[in-house]
Design a protein around this ligand. Structure first.
Ligand SMILES: [Zn+2]
Length: 420
């Protein structure tokens, strides 16, 4: 079936349940709450001959007519952790490699569906506010669709992330202040010019529904429901996507459990963790952003109900929230790159630090199955890491002189390496 066959208005506000239209997406006109599409009624099988989001065309609001937009978003590998298991003090640790999406972040799951919406509705252009990853994603898919795109980023955006969007031909503008300022301008611009808003807070329920594919894939890749799924959180649409997917599968009788969500925020911008720790229902905006972990620094100013809804979802899964300090996230990113071969931005590597904290607090047990969503590639933020210039050599003797001592010894028994 095709979701376009559904009567209009089935999208609804998660706070007051009022039905909402989706052509000009915005927050609930009644209460300002986030708007989402309802769960798909049955867990239809994936369409194996289609690519990316269109594998789930029966469950997502897209039709095969726009399948040409796909760049293979989603369908990312799920791999076992090796050396970093010890770092996190957990035995059964898996990584979902969402940094391998076409534009280097999980945002492509939502953007593909959002750009299909823009094409189907005949939107003249698209706009998004972004801390950096959605910028590159929107610019890339808009380029493929032949649509103009404008991306609004905070003034402190990592230059590599702005450069990706510029390379795809987007108009990239830095808006003074933090992410919430960019968010507000994107919302006003979309309303004034009739452009489709692809900002990946909860502002566009059609685009956000694309994030369900992460949950569908995990259910296909694992023979059991993971005990925990660890998710970096700005406002939380990925939590909604994963939880909704598992709810649909549970409703279809495919399993009985929901995975518990461990939500991760930066210590210097943690409005949802704050409400979790204080054991209150309502999330309030974060006053002053103070973190280098730009990918998850969303103060929720003007749309705190996004956080309230996300916290409600985390609690429904019997999950938890953890704040991670900049240095911990950067140490985790180093460990992933050096010991695991995975180049991941700090906002996603923060997951590992959160797992370690949750282990310390006794929330996660050593033998539980833990999946970390590695949501963003590290290559876009690498230039900012201040690395030394590579030494210049002229010949082989120079090279030998530069090598670490242990690499020039006789090789160890190869079998020891293979068995690991
Ligand atoms: Zn409402």
């Amino acid at each position: 079936m095709d979701h376009r066959d559904r009567p209009e208005g089935l999208a609804h506000c998660v706070l007051c349940d009022r039905p909402q239209r989706t052509e000009f997406p915005d927050y609930c006109a009644g209460c300002g709450g986030p708007v989402v599409l309802p769960p798909a009624p049955v867990a239809l099988p994936a369409t194996t001959e289609s690519t990316g989001a269109w594998r789930y065309a029966g469950r997502l609001p897209i039709s095969q007519e726009t399948a040409w937009l796909s760049m293979g978003e989603g369908q990312t590998p799920l791999v076992s952790a090796t050396s970093t298991r010890a770092w996190c003090a957990t035995e059964r640790l898996r990584y979902k490699l969402d940094h391998l999406n076409p534009s280097g972040s999980f945002k492509d799951r939502a953007t593909a569906v959002g750009i299909a919406q823009a094409i189907t509705q005949g939107a003249p252009a698209v706009v998004c506010a972004s801390s950096g990853n959605a910028a590159g994603s929107t610019a890339a898919y808009a380029a493929r669709a032949g649509l103009p795109s404008v991306v609004l980023v905070p003034e402190a955006v990592p230059p590599g992330k702005a450069a990706v969007a510029q390379a795809h031909g987007a108009t990239v503008l830095r808006v003074r202040g933090d992410y919430s300022n960019s968010f507000q301008v994107a919302r006003e611009l979309a309303a004034r010019l009739g452009w489709l808003n692809l900002t990946t807070t909860f502002v566009n329920p059609v685009a956000v529904s694309g994030l369900r594919s992460a949950g569908y894939e995990l259910a296909e890749q694992l023979s059991e429901v993971p005990d925990w799924i660890v998710v970096p959180i700005g406002s939380g649409p990925l939590v909604h996507g994963i939880v909704t997917a598992y709810q649909e599968l549970r409703a279809a009788g495919m399993h009985t459990e929901l995975p518990r969500i461990l939500g991760v925020q930066a210590h210097g911008c943690a409005p949802i963790v704050d409400a979790f720790d204080r054991d209150v229902e309502r999330v309030t905006p974060w006053p002053t952003v103070s973190t280098r972990i730009s990918a998850i620094s969303d103060p929720l100013r003007g749309y705190p109900s996004d956080g309230t809804y996300t916290l409600r979802l985390v609690r429904e899964t019997r999950g938890a929230m953890v704040a991670v300090r900049d240095a911990e996230a950067e140490e985790a990113a180093e460990a992933l790159a050096r010991d695991e071969g995975l180049l991941i931005e700090s906002g996603a590597a923060a997951n590992l630090a959160a797992v370690r904290t949750a282990r310390d607090r006794g929330w996660i047990h050593q033998d539980e199955l833990v999946v970390c969503m590695l949501t963003g590639h590290g290559i876009k933020t690498l230039a900012a890491a201040g690395r030394q210039e590579a030494p210049l050599v002229a010949n082989t003797d120079d090279v030998i002189g530069q090598l670490p001592a242990h690499t020039t010894k006789a090789p160890e028994d190869l079998n020891d390496r293979v068995k690991r």
